[in-house]
Design a protein around this ligand. Structure first.
Ligand SMILES: [Zn+2]
Length: 522
């Protein structure tokens, strides 16, 4: 487009048939300076000049027949009847600098005086020369669907140098639904095109069409595509705003369909368009729920030593997309452990007051799911062993205290070492409890997000406070034998909403036993 407007002076051809009626006119024809193509300076006869100007003044738009080729005028015929005699071509220069008149019979060209040029260009009859005066419009299609324009802002100038503006809010909003991550933009029209993508009010993308990537996550987005044009005689923009509804089909999975007591599995659903449509039918346990982690909705299915072995059916999905999976929970033979605890320890720790305190502080801490993580549910075996030492009690062992069987299974791992051995956080999280309790001694509970917690008991001292955000490996305390304890050791447990799981799956990807412990830690 520019090359036409800058380089070429496009001549619009006007044929005038002038007759020689003598009329008086407000314009002085002697202002017209004339010369021939041979360079000979001649004057247009005064009477011819007056007639031309008079005819221009009285010309009506319906007298003009114009021919376009794209945006460029090829030809204009001014339908003037002047009898026979002289024919003229009117040459229009798109830069509005000159105007020439050519006598067809003699090939003489007459340059029209500057003062008359603007006047002629502003005659309503030849308004069509401002072909760009109506807003340019881009045609936008995405995936072959036409996207309507929502607003236009347009500025243009005429020979008089005045800038005219046209703006309108069309307000059309098209909806586009995609089920796969493909958006093929096709913009017809000159200029630059950029786009902005919003989700709710958050600006997610602002840039070129080329660098734009289709959203990976299901949901509703607002997309604003703005195309701009700029030239000497006009500039402006048009905008198409549309609602993009990303509805990729859900992907359903269960990470494991076979678990041992103390192990867990996770239902994962990716591409959830509407979380209200999530459903889960099962008779495994109460309280199972989906939480959003990154682009997944996840439901953790924990198990522990009291989970009844067997097959459990899970029906789950989102809307019309569903799956049915059979989960098998396998019995794990837990060892027995015989403990002798001195009567003074029993007397000081196994009191009503001690258990009231335990219930008031420790148990609620295991529900303070405060740490926020957007990652998928914690993957196995990337946790840090919180202390060095010997494994003195496995997860799940059934205990006999002073030769009396208890109904309790050991809910974590006991790691024994000398008093003062450093104890570190097993994973990133926030400390939700750091205090001395009668039963558990100096106790720390860390929230790791997504309902997962780790606990550290019987420490000789605390090196963190409630509210501290810790990283895996950060010092949180020292090993000791405070509370109901028979010697310096760390009791370390991992729970999901109070259900204790085998820490070995988080530390090593398998249960920790007396047999494999030394091998696993080396
Ligand atoms: Zn223990």
């Amino acid at each position: 487009m520019k090359k036409y407007l800058f380089g070429l002076s496009v001549l619009l051809i006007v044929v005038l048939v002038a007759s020689l009626y003598g009329y008086a006119t407000a314009f002085n024809i002697r202002n017209v300076e004339s010369f021939t193509i041979d360079g000979e300076i001649v004057s247009l006869e005064e009477e011819q000049s007056s007639t031309f100007i008079r005819r221009m003044q009285s010309l009506k738009q319906y007298d003009v027949i114009s021919e376009h080729q794209g945006n460029i005028f090829k030809h204009i015929v001014l339908n003037m009847k002047f009898g026979d005699s002289v024919s003229f071509e009117l040459g229009l220069d798109y830069n509005f600098n000159t105007l020439s008149l050519k006598d067809i019979s003699t090939d003489r060209i007459y340059l029209i005086d500057d003062e008359l040029v603007e006047w002629i260009y502003m005659q309503p009859a030849i308004e069509d020369i401002y072909y760009y005066a109506s807003p340019k419009r881009h045609k936008l299609t995405i995936n072959d669907q036409a996207i309507e324009q929502s607003s236009v802002d347009y500025h243009y100038t005429k020979a008089n140098g005045v800038w005219y503006n046209e703006s309108n809010e069309i307000g059309s909003i098209t909806s586009l639904v995609i089920h796969e991550p493909v958006l093929e933009f096709n913009v017809e029209g000159d200029g630059e095109t950029e786009l902005k993508v919003f989700r709710d009010d958050e600006l997610l993308y602002d840039g070129s069409l080329e660098a734009f990537e289709v959203p990976q996550e299901n949901g509703d987005y607002t997309v604003v595509v703005e195309s701009t044009w700029k030239d000497l005689l006009f500039y402006g923009s048009d905008t198409s705003t549309f609602k993009l509804s990303v509805q990729y089909p859900p992907e359903l999975s269960m990470t494991k369909t076979f678990i041992r007591q103390g192990e867990f599995t996770v239902i994962r659903i990716k591409n959830v368009y509407d979380k209200e449509l999530l459903y889960l039918e099962q008779d495994y346990m109460e309280g199972l729920q989906f939480t959003k982690n990154g682009t997944y909705y996840e439901c953790v299915i924990p198990s522990t030593y009291y989970t009844t072995p067997g097959f459990y059916t899970f029906k789950y999905g989102v809307g019309e997309y569903g799956d049915e999976i059979e989960l098998e929970v396998v019995d794990r033979e837990f060892n027995l452990q015989f403990l002798t605890v001195s009567s003074s320890t029993v007397n000081s720790t196994q009191t009503d007051e001690a258990y009231e305190q335990y219930n008031a502080y420790y148990k609620p801490a295991l529900e303070k799911d405060v740490y926020v993580t957007t990652e998928p549910y914690l993957e196995e075996d990337n946790f840090t062993l919180p202390a060095s030492g010997r494994l003195t009690t496995e997860f799940g062992v059934q205990r006999y205290v002073n030769n009396k069987p208890t109904s309790y299974h050991h809910n974590g791992l006991d790691i024994a070492n000398s008093e003062g051995t450093p104890i570190v956080a097993t994973y990133d999280g926030e400390v939700v409890l750091a205090m001395e309790l009668m039963v558990t001694g100096n106790t720390v509970v860390i929230s790791h997000g997504n309902g997962l917690f780790s606990s550290y008991l019987h420490m000789s001292e605390l090196n963190c406070e409630e509210g501290d955000v810790v990283k895996a490996g950060d010092l949180i305390g020292k090993m000791g034998t405070t509370g109901f304890s028979t010697g310096s050791h760390l009791h370390f447990s991992i729970s999901y909403h109070r259900m204790y799981m085998e820490p070995g799956y988080f530390l090593f990807g398998e249960p920790v036993t007396y047999d494999n412990y030394n091998q696993l830690i080396n």
